[in-house]
Write a protein that binds this ligand. Structure first.
Ligand code: G6P
Length: 363
């Protein structure tokens, strides 16, 4: 299998580059030649019976759950609640009458997540593990499994598993939505839209040099930074900041842009990098731009990552537009490259950041 890193200096960059392939692989795994969903009917039926979907995960997988939350809710017409595995392992909160649990886990071995699954099994509740590792512990112990099929992820910082998890959830969401007769699910042409996502990723990957320059100018000496965004962009900001933190050791917060003024804006100093995520959502794009101005007025160095449709000519990075349900996938790509470049240019071991393990099998 392809577990060498070839000419790449680090696995992380190789894995970032593999993401268009991961998207296309998922299309061929979960859709047939006519674009019909190929998700096991027993999984679809089990989700259909649920009055609430609980997604349990840790780290990047938790952020991936948020990246898919809105799409999953709108297509399945079922509320989605996210739970941090390390918090849910103690006492289950009050559950709905008919819960369905989804365990998002790249490795399928995270002890915190497994601990929650053990409780779910004790309660006799249905569960689905979405994982990159066939035969992994959480896959074996859950009622059902969907594989991401992203190929081995070696770098500690997860990239293709994040985007692969969101895409896998898209197939599940559409399959359930169609079974429910939800018009929105039929109208969402996932095969076409995910192909466009793959192309959008490729376009961003061709901007590595430019992103390297942005990093050189803004992120090489700073001790802290912010990612801001609203709605879906806020969820992406959470993952973008985790990526930067874990491999570059820059203290970074992912913030809901509108919350800055309620406290955090006091941290902005001359030169503090504020990276704004502005996807093509007309309800929020201008509001986020307003927040950028507020931080710039206090000395911040703003970097704007905008999606085509909401972008302006002088934005720093422009991402090709995709379907709003899938924007977390395309918007995360430049932030993965920012994290990679920051770590690389600081001379750090990108693939093996200090204090971290790829799979954490202790609670
Ligand atoms: C570890 C890894 C993270 C990962 C988290 C959850 O902390 O360093 O990259 O997001 O575990 O892992 P999982 O395999 O459950 O997705």
């Amino acid at each position: 299998s392809d577990i060498g890193k070839g000419t790449y200096p680090f696995y992380m960059l190789k894995e970032i580059d593999e993401q268009p392939t991961v998207m296309r692989h998922l299309i061929s795994t979960y859709a047939d030649a006519n674009g019909k969903m190929k998700v096991a009917p027993e999984i679809v039926e089990s989700v259909q019976k649920a009055d609430r979907i609980y997604i349990i995960a840790a780290g990047t997988s938790y952020n991936a759950g948020f990246g898919a939350k809105t799409m999953l809710e709108e297509l399945t017409n079922t509320p989605v609640e996210l739970g941090l595995a390390s918090e849910w392992g103690y006492d289950m909160p009050l559950l709905s009458a008919h819960p369905f649990f989804i365990f998002l886990t790249q490795s399928g071995e995270t002890a915190d997540s497994r601990q929650v699954l053990v409780k779910v099994n004790e309660l006799g509740l249905p569960s689905l593990t979405i994982t990159n590792v066939p035969g992994s512990t959480l896959s074996r112990e859950a009622t059902y499994t969907l594989l991401i099929g992203a190929g081995p992820e070696i770098a500690v910082a997860s990239t293709k598993a994040y985007t692969g998890q969101i895409a896998t959830l898209a197939f599940l969401a559409k399959a359930v939505g169609e079974a429910e007769g939800n018009t929105k699910a039929f109208e969402f042409d996932l095969v076409t839209e995910l192909s466009l996502v793959a192309q959008s990723i490729e376009a961003t990957l061709s901007e590595k040099e430019k992103i390297g320059e942005i990093v050189a100018k803004n992120l090489l000496t700073t001790r802290n930074a912010f990612y801001i965004g609203r709605k879906q962009d806020y969820f992406v900001a959470m993952e973008a900041s985790l990526k930067l933190k874990e491999i570059s050791y820059v203290q970074c917060e992912g913030f809901a842009a509108g919350e800055l003024k309620h406290g955090t804006i006091s941290l902005i100093e001359k030169g503090t990098p504020v990276i704004a995520l502005i996807s093509n959502n007309e309800k929020v794009a201008l509001h986020t731009r307003g927040n950028v101005m507020e931080t710039v007025a206090r000395g911040a160095s703003a970097i704007i990552i905008a999606e085509d449709g909401a972008s302006r000519a002088d934005d720093d990075i422009i991402v090709n537009a995709v379907h709003p349900y899938l924007s977390a996938i395309s918007m995360i790509i430049p932030t993965q490259l920012i994290a990679y470049e920051t770590s690389f240019q600081r001379g750090l071991d990108v693939d093996k950041p200090r204090n971290l393990a790829k799979a954490v099998t202790v609670e």
